[in-house]
Design a protein around this ligand. Structure first.
Ligand SMILES: NC(=O)c1ccc[n+]([C@@H]2O[C@H](COP(=O)([O-])OP(=O)(O)OC[C@H]3O[C@@H](n4cnc5c(N)ncnc54)[C@H](O)[C@@H]3O)[C@@H](O)[C@H]2O)c1
Length: 423
């Protein structure tokens, strides 16, 4: 395998730690380089700092075999055969990409690498970034890209909650700055990847990753626009979508309170950022999805008005803080954006999320004396709530469903749901 034995993984978060574990358990000698010292300590004691099925067992195996060690000391990643960069690539306040983590990681790698090293960027990056980072390495080392070192963008497609399955069975793309770079990375990853593998250049691979998430974001925006229309026409958009999806070539996505998580809200911005022109559709889709917490607020406030509850006297119980069902991940969660929208206008906001610490101890505690309940996450447990019982604890019975969790509106409630136009 091109003589690759020693690997450094840079950044041990949701992507980097599982990747480091997979390579270690495939027999490579892996050093995980991470700037957060508390994370390094935890990993070296065999404990994961992220929640993910199977991770504790697989991490323990990797650490006990001696194949995985974490460090904050850049000296310990000197002269490795391959470097795999998995640092975060978030947006700044003004929605432009913050590539400072990536640049700092590339500089660390440039100092540590040797002639012949393979450098892989797994982070999601704006188009043309891998080529720019290869130039940065050339400047810092005097090495020539494609001759003295090899460089690849290998985007990650895993979904939290299924990471260890998807790392093995998802298909992977290797975008090399030269064909030889892509071939080298493909051979390396085949040590544990059983899905299909494809080779291309680094800019295509960057665009492919960003197109995938933009496709999803734009389609969710379309579903949200269908939901707005359902309110105009007094129909249930979910019934309409189910029927439309019986067409063999139609698959409409699911409308809801908004789009969250680390990737979907940012990747369309990364895709557009280096472009010289603004083409409109992708940006508009982002704006529609970002407006959904405000639309949910409108549903809530119209219900309060119907029942003559002044918003400033109202206590609102929000069920679910995570951005997706059965997860504890609150990054960019629309539930939090919704709370921010209403906080100054209502008397009090109570929250309950069985996966998120710091919220009410039970759903009963959260809804007690509330004037309205707003469902913001589709946790499985919320699908079987006893609304008759919960209604008795509430001061005013308003139920707002932002995630299509409640199939049949409960009796005795004023019910409003996103896209549920007939109620
Ligand atoms: N989380 C996902 O589900 C997912 C899926 C596909 C792609 N991605 C992409 O993968 C990348 C990583 O995402 P993540 O969720 O793992 O992020 P994360 O924030 O969980 O992990 C990044 C880690 O890198 C560390 N770090 C930052 N700068 C460093 C540096 N210079 N040197 C060493 N360590 C450094 C951070 O401390 C952190 O632990 C992002 O570009 C993201 O868009 C994420």
């Amino acid at each position: 395998m091109d003589g690759i034995r020693e690997i450094a993984v840079i950044g041990l978060g949701y992507i980097g730690l599982p990747t480091a574990i997979m390579f270690a358990n495939a027999g490579f000698n892996v050093t995980g380089y991470e700037i957060r010292e508390e994370v390094v300590e935890k990993i070296n004691s065999g404990k994961a700092h992220i929640v993910e099925p199977e991770i504790d067992e697989l991490l323990r195996k990797a650490v006990e075999s001696g194949n995985l060690r974490a460090t904050s000391d850049p000296e310990e990643i000197r002269g490795k055969d391959a470097y795999i960069i998995c640092v975060q690539t978030p947006l700044r306040e003004d929605k432009t990409p913050d590539l400072s983590y990536l640049e700092s990681a590339v500089k660390t790698v440039a100092k540590a690498m040797k002639r012949g090293s393979l450098v892989v960027i797994e982070s999601t990056v704006p188009p043309l970034t891998t080529v720019k980072m290869a130039k940065l390495i050339e400047e810092l080392t005097g090495f020539k890209a494609g001759k003295d070192f090899y460089m690849v963008h290998a985007p990650e497609r895993v979904m939290p909650g299924r990471i260890f399955k998807e790392l093995v069975y998802n298909s992977r793309i290797f975008g090399g700055i030269t064909p030889e770079s892509a071939e080298m990375a493909e051979r390396l990853y085949r040590s544990f990847v059983k899905g299909q593998t494809f080779k291309t250049n680094s800019t295509v691979s960057e665009v492919v990753k960003l197109m995938e998430n933009t496709f999803r974001d734009v389609n969710i925006a379309l579903a949200n626009e269908f939901a707005f229309l359902a309110h105009q026409y007094g129909i249930d958009v979910f019934e309409a979508i189910e029927l439309a999806n019986t067409h063999p070539r139609v698959r409409i996505h699911t409308p809801g309170i908004g789009v969250g998580g680390h990737c979907l809200p940012k990747d369309p911005h990364l895709l557009l950022w280096p472009a010289k022109e603004d083409f409109g559709l992708i940006k508009l889709a982002r704006e529609i999805n970002d407006s959904m917490p405000l639309f949910t607020k409108d549903l809530l406030f119209s219900a309060l008005k119907e029942l003559n509850v002044p918003p400033e006297d109202a206590t609102i119980a929000v069920l679910g803080l995570a951005y997706k069902g059965d997860s504890d991940d609150t990054r960019n969660s629309p539930a939090l954006a919704f709370i921010e929208e209403i906080e100054g206008d209502v008397k009090a906001v109570k929250t309950y999320d069985p996966f998120v610490p710091g919220t009410s101890g039970s759903v009963e505690e959260a809804v007690e004396n509330a004037d309205a309940v707003v469902i913001a996450t589709d946790h499985t447990a919320f699908k079987s709530l006893d609304w008759e019982k919960l209604g008795k604890l509430m001061r005013t019975r308003i139920l707002i469903d932002g995630r299509h969790v409640v199939e049949n509106p409960p009796r005795g409630f004023l019910f409003k749901g996103i896209g549920r136009g007939e109620f």
